[in-house]
Each structure stands twice: as structure tokens, then as C-alpha cells.
Design a protein around this ligand. Structure first.
Ligand SMILES: C[S@@+](CC[C@H](N)C(=O)[O-])C[C@H]1O[C@@H](n2cnc3c(N)ncnc32)[C@H](O)[C@@H]1O
Length: 206
């Protein structure tokens, strides 16, 4: 891992992900979380202030030790127990059906194999357990989509593997989750990064 990826990228991502404009979306995606929650791509813990009181504990997966350290104050300030249980959301070290909910924010864009991660989430959720997600992705209009395809190689290099061209909703529904609600829209900001998808899906019964 190079110096940029290890030392600089997590700081830049921490700043971008901490943008005040995103906070209301984080609040919305966390509504309804309860019980034991597995958070994949925890980053520097920008969702921590929005965990509802009904959450009993959070089991976090995050490969960047610097991102984890950048979140230390938020973790320490939380009344909800937060534990880093591993590094890789593509292979979650938890028993089948051991979680009540899962949380993904701006992670499906970065995780190398999002399909594997979604299958792991399906495995560790109990039947009826909820996956709450907030992601950016490929825009519906051809002009923005073209810019996203052009920017993708640079984005991947500068933003730790992040892709602008993934379709989060398609990935999630193809994994077999059942949609509860979803919302997609452009938010304020540069268009290639600003097509947000937010929603809740549930794990199907066996
Ligand atoms: C754009 S950041 C988002 C961080 C955080 N979820 C947020 O909303 O602020 C993407 C995160 O995914 C993490 N990530 C990358 N590969 C991963 C993997 N295989 N498993 C779990 N997390 C991963 C990165 O280290 C980074 O913290």
C-alpha cells in the first residue's frame, strides 16, 4: 500500500464524508436501526452521531487503521458500544443470522467486490433484518453518466478505489433483498458525485 493510499486518502475521504451537506442524509438512513448492527466500511464513524437509541451495539468492518483512528473521538463519545470486528466486508467474521440490521454508507462504491459483500450481509442478517443504505452512483442522465465514465479511472486512483459508475440499487436488489422504501435524487454538489440512493431493504425469510 502506497503512502498516498495509507496516509492521505483516508484524510481526504474523512473530510469529504464529513461534509455538513451530507449529514441530513446520514440522519435519514439511520432512522429505524435497532439491535445489533453491522456497519460495513465504517470509515471514520460519521454515522455514529445518528445511531438511534434502539441500537444496542455496532460491529464495524473497516480496513483503514487511519480512518478508524480519525473516528476515535466520535467512537469515544458514543453511548452505544462500537467494536471493530474485522477489516473486510467481503468476508464478515460473524455467525449466520446474528445481526438485526446492517448499515452501508458510501461503501458499495469502494468495496472491491460489492456482490460478495451483499451476500455476506444477507448471510449475517436474521430473517426480516434490515439493510439501510446511502450510496452515490451512476446518474440517470446520459450527460452526467458520460462524465462519470470519463472520470472513473482518476476517481479510482485518488479516492481509494471509489467508482462513480456503480448502480447501488441494482446491486442490492440483485442480491435478493426485498425493498421497503427507496429514494434517488441529485443532491447539491458536483453532479458526478451527487446522485444519491437511499433506502431500506429486508432480508428474505429462508
Ligand atoms: C467513501 S468511504 C465511506 C466511509 C463511511 N462509510 C462514511 O460514510 O463516511 C469508503 C470506506 O469503505 C472502506 N472499504 C474499502 N474496502 C473495504 C472492504 N473490503 N471492506 C470494508 N470496508 C472497505 C474504506 O476503507 C472506506 O473507509
Amino acid at each position: 500500500m502506497g503512502i498516498y493510499t495509507k496516509h492521505l486518502a483516508p484524510r481526504l475521504i474523512n473530510l469529504a464524508c464529513g461534509s455538513p451537506a451530507i449529514q441530513r442524509w446520514r440522519r435519514d438512513v439511520c432512522v429505524g436501526l435497532r439491535g445489533t448492527v453491522v456497519e460495513i466500511g465504517f470509515g471514520s464513524g460519521h454515522n455514529v452521531p445518528f445511531y438511534p437509541d434502539e441500537v444496542t451495539n455496532v460491529l464495524a468492518l473497516e480496513p483503514s487503521s487511519l480512518a478508524w483512528r480519525l473516528g476515535a473521538k466520535r467512537i469515544a463519545a458514543s453511548v452505544i458500544a462500537i467494536e471493530q470486528i474485522g477489516l473486510d466486508g467481503q468476508s464478515i467474521p460473524l455467525l449466520d443470522q446474528s445481526c438485526d440490521a446492517a448499515l452501508l454508507t458510501f461503501t458499495l462504491c469502494t468495496i472491491p467486490d460489492p456482490v460478495a459483500a451483499l451476500h455476506e450481509i444477507m448471510r449475517v442478517l436474521r430473517p426480516g433484518g434490515e439493510l439501510h443504505f446511502l450510496e452515490h452512483g451512476l446518474a440517470p442522465d446520459a450527460k452526467t453518466a458520460l462524465r462519470q465514465h470519463r472520470l472513473d479511472p482518476l476517481e479510482q486512483r485518488l479516492a481509494d478505489g471509489c467508482r462513480l459508475t456503480r448502480r447501488p440499487l441494482e446491486l442490492i436488489t440483485s442480491a435478493g433483498f426485498i425493498s421497503q422504501w427507496k429514494h434517488e435524487q441529485f443532491v447539491k454538489g458536483p453532479k458526478p458525485w451527487s446522485y444519491f440512493t437511499l433506502g431500506v431493504v429486508t432480508r428474505r425469510a429462508n
